[in-house]
Design a protein around this ligand. Structure first.
Ligand code: AHR
Length: 508
């Protein structure tokens, strides 16, 4: 039997957990919007055409912010196409996904959907085919109170109050040669800076009480394996450092090799990626002798491989084709749980993160058009973390046996994080990467006033390939982990093999 130990001191903090780490992403791609968020005529649709069953699952998931409208889609998007009377909105080609876009769902519908779902909107602007003028116009339409052409257009359409959008992504994956309007780092960094100026970087642009100040996210690399990785971040930051708040990171993980031991260790690569981008941000900060610190927006992350390439089998120029519809396994849920631990462990620098995406397209929620909605396996670790991982992430010491795999020669069997909640309690997230054996975990929380165990939810399936589908929507779900022994300060729990757990403790 392997043994591992976790030690956390209540005063040794990484930092407060920003709720925006529990963000997601809705792109005009496949059936994410049409047949996902929006399906007028569906028995569950409300008066605005929003699926109530999906809204209920989004609330249960605990999503805080939703990024929109892309993704690769945004790089040829004309936001004006999606506002105003529906009958006058043009149908366009979307070159990113070789689909056609009806524009029946646009910015105003998205903002209304966010208000109904109780999430904060995060808008991406097109820095591929468009630039400064369109970005400024979009901000005028969304955020200006009134008395200008575009704010009055919004008011005339029926939205008297400004949308008050705080989070603005300056383009998407602009380092990628596949991106419509792909740019060099210097070209992009300058454009990002000028678009930030056009959208408005200071309270002066808005006036007291009119709208919240804005936060800008500039594009980092599309993933850690890009040939320009590192240099891209540095060159972009040199151009726009004083105008932006966050730099983006994107990464999708897979088990194409059929090697679950390596797959479960991928969160170590996410840790390294975050640390490397922090190092580049701080190197630019030092060179500029700046007092400003750039934080991170990991605004696309997930497992993605089951459906990879299947989009090429769909006839081009279809409307809302069923593409990128990964059906997630129990193993994927464990990996997503590990990735969540990594994001939260870097709470000092990761302020925003978006599980990509929300519905149908590599999403935690799946629907059948005209039919029901259900929870994919990856829904569960996200929902549990969003509910219980609130407060302050602690510097968590883990003593664990290690194993060798494709990620490295000595990967700890245990990945874990302790969180000091604001109610005085503690939450521990723990991944046992051992595929065959349970792990006896000792939780040393002796610096806290006496604690008592209040719950243990565990994701563990004998069959790592088990999935949830329309007929078996709850095949993979968290279950009670059993008793947690302890004396108020030191506790013991036997983690099942290949499992992800949330353990909670209350003060007193
Ligand atoms: O989320 C799917 C796609 O992955 C997004 O459109 C793009 O930004 C990324 O490459």
């Amino acid at each position: 039997m392997s043994k591992a130990r976790l030690i956390a001191d209540r005063d040794f903090a990484v930092g407060p957990i920003d709720r925006r780490i529990f963000g997601s992403f809705a792109e005009h791609l496949g059936r994410c919007i049409y047949g996902g968020l929006y399906e007028p005529g569906h028995p569950q649709a409300d008066a605005q055409g929003f699926r109530r069953d999906v809204l209920a699952l989004v609330r249960e998931l605990g999503v805080s912010v939703v990024r929109y409208p892309g993704g690769n889609f945004v790089s040829s998007y004309r936001w004006e196409d999606g506002v105003g009377p529906r009958g006058q909105r043009p149908v366009r080609r979307d070159p990113a996904w070789t689909s056609v876009e009806s524009n029946q769902f646009g910015t105003d519908e998205f903002i209304a959907w966010c208000r109904t779902a109780g999430v904060e909107p995060m808008l991406a602007v097109n820095l591929g085919s468009r630039g400064v003028e369109a970005a400024g116009d979009y901000a005028e339409y969304c955020n200006h109170p009134g008395g200008t052409r575009l704010s009055d257009l919004r008011r005339a359409i029926g939205h008297a109050d400004p949308h008050g959008v705080r989070l603005w992504c300056l383009g998407n994956e602009m380092d990628g040669p596949w991106q419509y309007g792909h740019k060099t780092a210097t070209e992009y960094g300058r454009l990002a800076r000028e678009c930030a100026k056009a959208i408005g970087t200071t309270d002066r642009h808005y006036g007291a009480g009119e709208a919240p100040p804005v936060e800008f996210i500039a594009c980092g690399s599309s993933h850690r394996g890009m040939p320009t990785y590192g240099a891209w971040e540095r060159e972009v930051l040199e151009e726009c450092y004083d105008h932006i708040h966050h730099l983006s990171l994107h990464q999708y993980y897979n088990d194409r090799a059929g090697d679950p031991a390596t797959f479960l260790a991928r969160s170590q690569e996410m840790d390294a990626y975050i640390s490397e981008v922090v190092a580049v941000c701080d190197a630019v900060k030092a060179r500029r002798r700046s007092r400003r610190t750039i934080t991170l927006s990991f605004d696309e992350w997930n497992v993605w491989y089951h459906s990879h390439g299947a989009e090429r089998l769909v006839p081009p120029w279809s409307a809302a084709p069923p593409i990128l519809e990964d059906v997630y396994t129990a193993a994927d849920a464990l990996v997503v749980g590990g990735l969540l631990i990594s994001l939260l462990s870097h709470a000092d620098r990761v302020r925003i993160a978006c599980l990509a995406q929300l519905v149908n397209v590599i999403g935690p929620i799946m629907t059948r058009t005209g039919g029901p909605a259900w929870r994919q396996t990856i829904f569960h670790p996200f929902a549990l973390a969003a509910r219980h991982a609130t407060g302050t992430a602690l510097r968590t010491l883990v003593e664990s046996p290690t194993y060798a795999c494709g990620v490295g020669p000595a990967v700890p069997l245990l990945q874990a994080l302790a969180i000091r909640r604001d109610d005085g309690g503690v939450t521990v997230l723990a991944l046992n990467r051992d595929l065959a054996e349970p792990l006896d975990l000792e939780l040393d929380l002796r610096s806290f006033p006496a604690l008592r165990p209040t719950g243990w939810q565990v994701l563990h399936e004998a069959d790592l390939q088990a999935v949830n589908d329309e007929r078996h929507p709850d095949r993979v779900a968290p279950r009670g982990g059993g008793a947690v022994d302890g004396d108020g300060r030191v506790f013991r729990a036997r983690l099942p093999p290949a499992s992800w757990s949330v353990l909670t403790f209350a003060a007193g």
